[in-house]
Design a protein around this ligand. Structure first.
Ligand code: CA
Length: 393
């Protein structure tokens, strides 16, 4: 509902859970850790309709089995997007984690008034019974084995009295910024505020804004793999060699992270980074062909360009057949039934000057009814006078 608060503790917390029904559709818990004065999320546990997903840096398990991405099963789809891991559940939940300090959950509004946890009760009203009851924090005690956290002692809740807090968010963030600075322990030279500003920038995106590129080589630099650039508001659906226009149909709002520069796509065939679309390779039968390479089959000539095969149809053999004495299929695939009783031209080269070949067939009645016919013999006549005839036996 738009509350901001800080939670400088490394306990395990329920971020959000479905808590007003007899069956719990979802339960998301996270643990954060402070390494070198920098807060990071060390583990996320998601229970989504019975499926248990555990996310830690560099490792992902579903029902205690290590899985690779993309993964899809039991109404859950997990994929790696540019700088985030995205978990989509058909129950109406999308979660995104940047494998560092930022985790977001987008929840269908059918769960309004039915959630508990740090994310609040989703009733559309800020601070209404969601954190305080009779002046006491009520929900955030979570007993997980030895981890019992008394939050009264370890965090400060910053209430906002303004419903349009997203718009006035800079004022709230000024307070958060001061708090963060106090936690910096005199290490301000190492940009300990970068994560706070980064989060402010993300909230700006959530509020419909488009933050400027505020990072630089000298201020809060964000390293990216070679060939990629950092953007505060980039398209999370990465155009790739095999899917070069996915970005145009992206359902997610923009996110921060490393992206391919304009005019390039991610090379998902070699997994080597961003390249101009025109340099994309093609794959055929498990073999990789570079841009400009071609392959030839009996019916087509194909050249790889922009990750796709551009083919020219060639002339290639087609066949014509007579089966069961009456079922005919033409060279072009037309099938029909013909009950003959004579010698017929099955196929003939029909050039004016010289007929290179003629194929004749004898179709005769061979049963008690009119429709029972047999192909009794076939004769091939060639231009040089050769005659080949075949008969039964
Ligand atoms: Ca609320």
């Amino acid at each position: 509902d738009g509350n901001y608060f800080q939670l400088p503790s490394s306990c395990n917390y329920i971020l959000t859970s479905h808590c007003s029904a007899s069956y719990e559709d979802f339960n998301i818990q996270l643990r954060h850790q402070v390494v070198n004065n920098e807060a990071t999320i060390s583990k996320i546990t998601m229970k989504l309709q019975g499926t248990v997903i555990e996310l830690t840096k560099g490792s992902l398990s579903v029902n205690r089995q290590i899985v690779t991405l993309p993964f899809s099963s039991s109404g859950v789809f997990i994929e790696k997007m540019t700088s985030y891991i995205s978990v989509k559940a058909v129950l109406g939940l999308v979660a995104m984690w940047n494998e560092d300090d930022s985790f977001m959950v987008k929840l269908d509004d059918k769960y309004k008034n039915q959630t508990c946890g740090l994310c609040g009760d989703f009733n559309g009203i800020q601070v209404y019974n969601e954190f305080i009851s009779d002046g006491t924090f009520i929900f955030i005690y979570l007993t997980m084995g030895k981890y019992i956290c008394n939050l009264l002692g370890c965090f400060t809740l910053l209430y906002t009295d303004n419903k349009e807090s997203l718009i006035s968010c800079s004022r709230n963030y000024a307070v958060l910024c001061m708090k963060d600075l106090c936690h910096c322990n005199g290490t301000s030279g190492s940009f300990c505020l970068c994560k706070s500003i980064g989060e402010y920038s993300r909230q700006c995106v959530h509020a419909g804004g488009k933050p400027e590129e505020w990072r630089s080589e000298y201020f809060c630099p964000h390293p990216c793999p070679e060939s990629m650039v950092h953007q505060e508001c980039g398209n999370p659906c990465t155009d790739t060699c095999t899917n070069p226009e996915i970005g145009q149909v992206c359902e997610h709002h923009c996110i921060d992270g490393c992206f391919c520069p304009p005019g390039t796509v991610f090379d998902d065939i070699h997994d080597t980074g961003c390249i101009p679309h025109s340099e994309c390779s093609c794959v055929l039968g498990g073999k990789i062909f570079a841009s400009g390479e071609n392959y030839t089959s009996s019916c087509r000539d194909c050249t790889c360009g922009q990750g796709q095969w551009n083919c020219i149809q060639k002339d290639c053999p087609h066949s014509c057949s007579v089966e069961g004495g009456s079922h005919i299929t033409s060279y072009d695939g037309k099938a029909y039934t013909f009950h003959g009783d004579c010698t017929y031209v099955l196929s003939k080269h029909c050039a004016k000057q010289c007929t290179e070949f003629t194929v004749q067939g004898d179709l005769v009645k061979c049963g008690v009814t009119e429709t029972e016919t047999c192909l009794k013999s076939v004769t091939l006549a060639l231009l040089d006078g050769t005659n080949v005839s075949t008969k039964k036996d």
